[in-house]
Design a protein around this ligand. Structure first.
Ligand code: SAM
Length: 218
């Protein structure tokens, strides 16, 4: 039997995502457009369209495609929006978000990861993405407020500084909450003025949101 091409594998993955409840056409188009094989290490390229998280540099992971699609769908991103991502990692989730919004700001605490992701954004022509090497728990006050915030690492509790940087008129944040030893859940927080409504969505497993920055690949 012939080995399926990456294009065939991508088509199959999109079918799986639809079956599992990803119905937002714009999200499915963004997933179809972004080449996930560029964001995984070379030796894992053939697995790029499996519905699985994969290891990347610095002991981190690129999230499972279903989780990327789900979090993106639940963030309800609009074309004119300014979006912050905390945890650039491979850059894949940021690339998907950038196809849906006006400007995407993304922060990573591991410098080698950020350098690799930045080079990919340039190569792919994703010029509406701006990156920052730093501690994303502090957000990006100079660029706030954000219409949407997505955190792609699990926090014990929602960082107050990120809540403060959410737009007051219906800003939405998606963030995995929970420790490494317990079941984590995706939370969706919607801001109206000083009211924050919290919905608990999907159970997940994410690497931890940590403070500080790391210059090398340790
Ligand atoms: N969005 C990523 C992707 O598509 O590959 C997922 C990456 S991984 C699940 C989470 C990332 O969050 C890791 O790269 C980790 O270094 C980063 N991270 C953890 N705590 C952070 C913090 N305080 N500030 C910025 N990045 C952080």
């Amino acid at each position: 039997m012939a080995i399926p091409s990456l294009t065939q594998k991508k088509r199959r993955l999109l079918e799986i995502l639809k079956r599992e409840g990803i119905t937002d056409e714009a999200v499915l188009r963004a997933i179809a457009e972004v080449p996930r094989e560029k964001f995984v290490p070379n030796y894992l390229r053939h697995q790029a369209y499996e519905n699985a998280a994969l290891p990347i540099e610095s002991g981190q992971t690129i999230s499972q495609p279903y989780v990327v699609a789900y979090m993106t769908q639940e963030l309800r991103v609009g074309r004119k929006m300014k979006v912050l991502e905390v945890g650039t990692g491979s850059g894949y989730q940021g690339a998907v978000l950038s196809r849906l919004c006006r400007r995407l700001f993304t922060i990573e605490r591991h410098l080698p990861l950020l350098n690799t992701a930045e080079a990919l954004f340039r190569e792919l022509g994703y010029f509406n993405i701006t990156t920052l090497f730093g501690d994303g728990m502090k957000g990006w006050p100079e660029q706030a407020p954000f219409d949407r915030i997505m955190v792609t690492a699990a926090a014990e509790k929602v960082p107050q500084r990120l809540l403060d940087q959410l737009a007051e008129d219906g800003g939405i944040m998606i963030i995995p909450i929970g420790g490494q030893e317990e079941t984590q859940h995706i939370y969706r927080i919607t801001r109206q003025g000083e009211d924050f409504e919290t919905e608990i969505l999907l159970p997940v497993k994410f690497v931890p949101l940590l403070g500080g920055i790391v210059h090398d690949s340790s």
